[in-house]
Design a protein around this ligand. Sequence first.
Ligand SMILES: [Zn+2]
Length: 174
Amino acid sequence: MSRRKHADWQAEIYDKHAGWIAGTRPHMSVGDGWADVVSRLFDRISQALAGEPPSTKIVIIDIKEKYGELRVEILAPVGPETEAAIDQAILLAELRSECTCDACGAPGRMRSTLGQSAWLAVTCDDHQSGYPRTVGERSPKRRIKDRFGVFEITYDRAADSITKTRVAGRREAE
Ligand SMILES: [Zn+2]
């Protein structure tokens, strides 16, 4: 995609967090509009590591856009509390990507091209050219299941936080 141009922001984020990143720094295949989404993610991971030994290193395996949204794959040899905090940071980043224009970073919606094999992208109103169909919410939602039950997560972009509601007495939609 022409939007994905090489950008210095990736090197800046990697440099800022060099203390806990192990091994190589994979190129993040995401639009420049998501620089702030990724920056917030790395800041949150850094905070999550506060309770771990200073020698703790995280392997960044892959950070990319897939089906229009951010996908993050890392390897973190950490305790369960830190792991939960990192999982939460990744969830927040993925939900933020679903409502952040990948070209400019403004609030956006998931949109798609027309046709059978549609491409997905999150765009603002100014960058929606080529993606005429709006398929996503302003406040992205996600249904998750953990050992405590099934929950609906709703993302609040302004607050950069989620609300979690138990979906009582219902089976998971999938
Ligand atoms: Zn935009």
